[in-house]
Design a protein around this ligand. Structure first.
Ligand code: GUN
Length: 292
């Protein structure tokens, strides 16, 4: 097996499997999974993500519904749209792209989504289910991380996992998933004392802090599996910009046993897992088995 984990290839395999299952679901039960993506405002990065989501949804044989609203949208208008999508039988997944404009309360919007259609896994019902180890919808980026880690390492029981970052979108759910896999899990953050030492104990190190190239090679235990969730755009000396992760790849790669690159690591897995969640929920909502 190669040292650099190829997230792009892994995601392509996952999408191929989803495409096959979506075709089977259509032939067997006349169900076509539908994903609604809601974008409020004009944030350039969000626009790119939403475009990619729509494109890949269609490529997998599913229906994509895009709702673009101005950044002046009032909370009530957004709530009305969510209610409409909750009641629309052709929609099995609803994703509201974050961040939302400041006049809108994110948590109220997320928790208005029918938990069975919450393919981001951000609704309190799904967060609670993950927390107690009950079946629910798992957030896409953490699910993508776990799939790659398990593909590399198999059984994770007893492994020492260190998560750098405690966000609701990545740090906390990825820690919950690793705990469910019987890892010993340490969550670290900006106030952690001796962060480097904590990281050096990790068999599995997940970096999700949003600090460009913060984790250096000498923070890593030789042979460890390093998953870099960061996507940071930095200025280079020649006046251009470059995408880097939260891990300093140049110094980390020689020490790690396995490592994800940026770009081409965790990133492509996120949308693939979103499509995975949408297909799963289309089956669950219609009370049919997921095709083999
Ligand atoms: N913005 C950045 N990442 C995400 C994500 O995973 N889901 C949503 N809805 N918005 C995001």
């Amino acid at each position: 097996m190669q040292k650099i984990i190829d997230g792009k290839a892994f995601a392509a395999d996952l999408r191929a499997d989803i495409t096959k299952k979506a075709a089977e679901l259509k032939a067997r039960d006349a169900i076509v999974p539908g994903l609604a993506v809601v974008l409020v405002g004009e944030d350039p990065a969000s626009q790119v993500y939403v475009r990619n989501k729509g494109k890949q949804t269609v490529e997998c044989g599913m229906l994509s519904f895009e709702h673009k609203l101005p950044d002046t949208t009032a909370q009530d208008e957004l709530m009305e749209l969510i209610d409409k999508l909750n009641n629309d039988d052709s929609v099995h997944g609803i994703l509201v792209q974050l961040p939302l404009p400041k006049q809108i309360d994110e948590n109220s919007v997320i928790n208005r989504i029918n938990p069975d259609k919450d393919v981001d896994g951000f609704h309190l019902d799904n967060v609670g289910r993950l927390s107690i180890g009950d079946e629910g919808i798992v957030p896409c980026t953490p699910l993508g991380c776990l799939m790659m880690i398990k593909d590399q390492l198999g059984d994770l029981s007893g492994k020492h996992a260190v998560v750098v970052g405690r966000s609701n979108i990545v740090g906390k759910p990825v820690a919950a998933l690793l705990l469910q896999e019987n890892c010993t899990v340490v969550i670290t953050h900006s106030r952690t004392v001796n962060l480097e030492e904590e990281c050096r104990r990790a068999d599995i190190l997940v970096a999700a802090v949003g600090r460009p190239e913060m984790v250096k090679g000498d923070w890593i235990k030789p042979g460890a599996t390093v998953i870099d969730v960061g996507i940071n755009r930095i200025d280079t000396a020649d006046g251009k910009t470059r995408l880097v992760g939260d891990v300093d790849f140049a110094s980390a790669e020689p020490v790690a046993g396995k490592i994800t690159p940026v770009p081409g690591g965790v990133g492509p897995m996120t949308i693939a897992c979103l499509l995975h969640n949408t297909l799963q929920q289309a089956c669950r909502i219609n009370n049919v088995a997921v095709p083999e």
